[in-house]
Structures are given as structure tokens and as C-alpha cells.
Design a binder for this molecule. Sequence first.
Ligand SMILES: Cc1ncc(C[n+]2csc(CCOP(=O)(O)OP(=O)(O)O)c2C)c(N)n1
Ligand SMILES: [Mg+2]
Length: 341
Amino acid sequence: MQDASPPPGHDLQYEHAALGLSDAQVLAALRGMIVARTVDDRLWLLSRQGKAHFVITSAGHEATQFGCAWAVQIGRDYVVPYYRDMALVLALGQTPRDIFLHALGKAEDPASGGRQMFGHFNSRALRIVSGSSSVGSHPLHAVGLAWAFRITKETDLAAMTFFGEGATSEGAWHEAMTIAGIHQLPVVFVCENNQYAISVPQAREVPVPDVATKAAGYGMPGMVVDGNDLFAVYAAAQAALARARAGGGPTLLECKTYRLRPHSNADDDRKYRRVEEVDAWRARDPITRLERYALHSELIDPAGLADIRTAVVAEVDVAIAEAERAPNPAIESLLHHLYGE
Ligand SMILES: Cc1ncc(C[n+]2csc(CCOP(=O)(O)OP(=O)(O)O)c2C)c(N)n1
Ligand SMILES: [Mg+2]
């Protein structure tokens, strides 16, 4: 039988108190990451049931996304995410209900009133700007925002944009990096390097082992971060955002991680990666690592953790039931936001 007790110690780079994080913040992040994974599981089931036509999820990327969200001044800094950032938008304040409304294409979907493909998260209040479906193009939008701050003389804010390592081979990404570097704009570029662009492994999409080294060509620092370590990501994101807001220029953060699911519900990852490889990364699951840390630091005990998991399932059940009951968009809304309507 497997020993259920946590191994001694933990394998995160920092102790939370050293980063100025309270016990309550760590537990809130842990709960939030569990919510994100539970929503992720349920999105997958909705797609298998034929209720959600397309889903693309963040399982495995939670520490990267929550660590960055922690560093954002929510509602002040602009966030320009990509389709993989479901956990990020939850960490910034969107709700499981918002995500399900979006996935099911319902009228109250905050992203588009049920008219946009899943993954185009946005919120005016939270300053989350909808990404483009065209891989690698939306970092340009973040750079445009940062340039606007310069022109309007707005200070003490930054734009943070997210993308995969595959995106760093796209022309638009190079243009974004170039302009940010020339003008030393307040942008933090976050690469969520999960080692695949759909079925294409990193060695066939990126010519260097570390995406972070590309930063040198654009006049900005680049840093490799363990993307499955919540505290390491937070420390790096916090430093980069603080520097950007203070006029110190852009940074490229490369968070090394792994997606635990196929690329989308339309993909079968068994065709291009070995089960043993996926299992090896499951052993480094960012949520398990944070749980181990929380137990080791006596922030919570196993019974408390079980209570969180039970409460999260109940919360997500309610969100999904509400979203399923919610009305579909009216036919008259078909052309809203299009062609001047
Ligand atoms: C310009 C462009 N080319 C191809 C695609 C199809 N496509 C969608 S996602 C994706 C993989 C991108 O991989 P990566 O940037 O590493 O992000 P990940 O999905 O791994 O998080 C591709 C090729 C697209 N949407 N846009
Ligand atoms: Mg990738």
C-alpha cells in the first residue's frame, strides 16, 4: 500500500514568509489552484459529453499562472493572456461560472456573450484583454498598451502577456520583443514553456534549449524559472513587474512547465509523447508540490486539505449547473460587435 503521509520537507525554492506572503495567501492560492484543476476536469467532461464543442485547458500550468497573477496589480496592470490561461483568469478574479458560460456559449458569457471560441478570456474590470487566435500575435497588443502608457504618461503600471514556446517562433512575437526592447517599454513577457506546440516537440520549434536566452537579442533580461514552483514564479514575476512599473524596461520570463492534458479536446497526445514522460511530469504536479509544502509547513493538515477538495467540488457543481441552465444567446445578437452593430 502507498504511504499517504507527505515526504519530509518540500521542493519549492523559497519559504513563503521570506517572500512576504502570509499563510492565508498560500492557502487561498492552493484552494484556487484546486478550483482551476477541478474546472479543467469538468471542461474535459463537458467536451466529451458533446456540450462544449471546444476546450483548451491549463492543467499542469497552474503554478505559472497563479504565481504571475499574485504579482499583478489586479484592475490596474493590463494582462494579455493566451488560450491556455484559464487558471490565470480565475486567479485574477473570474469565476468558474464565467468559464463554464464561456465554454457552453451562453448569453451571459463575459468573454463574448457566447459568440467566441473557448479561450478568448477577457474582462474590462480586471483589465484582461482578449487574445488573438493567431499564435504569437497578441504580445503586440501588450506592447501597444505599454506604448500608450508612455504616450499618456501613465506610470506605476505594466502590461503582462503570456504565450507558449511555440509562439516565440512567430514573426509577430519578434516584432513585439523588438519594439519593447527599443523603447524599453513596461511589459513582462511570460513564456509558458510546456515543451510542445501541439504535436511538435521543443527541439523542432525552438532552436535553443532555453527560450529565455532569446531576450538578449532584444535588449532585455531573460530568466528561466521553474514553472511548477508557485513561489519561484511569484518571485520572478514580482521582480519583473516592479522593474517595469518603475521604468526599468521589459523582461522575458521563461516558466518551464508541462501540459498534463492533450493540447485541446481535438488532440490525441498518445500519438506523439510517451505515457512515461507524462507520468514523470505528473510526479512534479504543481498542485501536489504546493500541498506538500503546506502540509510540511503546518499551514494545513490532511483533513483540512480533504475539506477543501470536497468544498471545491460542491462549488464547481453549482457553477456548472447554473451555466447549463443559463439561456443561449438570442439569434438577434448574432451580429453584435461585428460590422459596427
Ligand atoms: C499563426 C498560427 N499558426 C498555427 C496555429 C495553430 N495552433 C494553435 S495552438 C498551436 C500551438 C502553439 O504552441 P505553443 O505556443 O507552445 O503553446 P501551447 O499550446 O503549447 O501552450 C498551433 C500551432 C495558430 N492558431 N496560429
Ligand atoms: Mg507549448
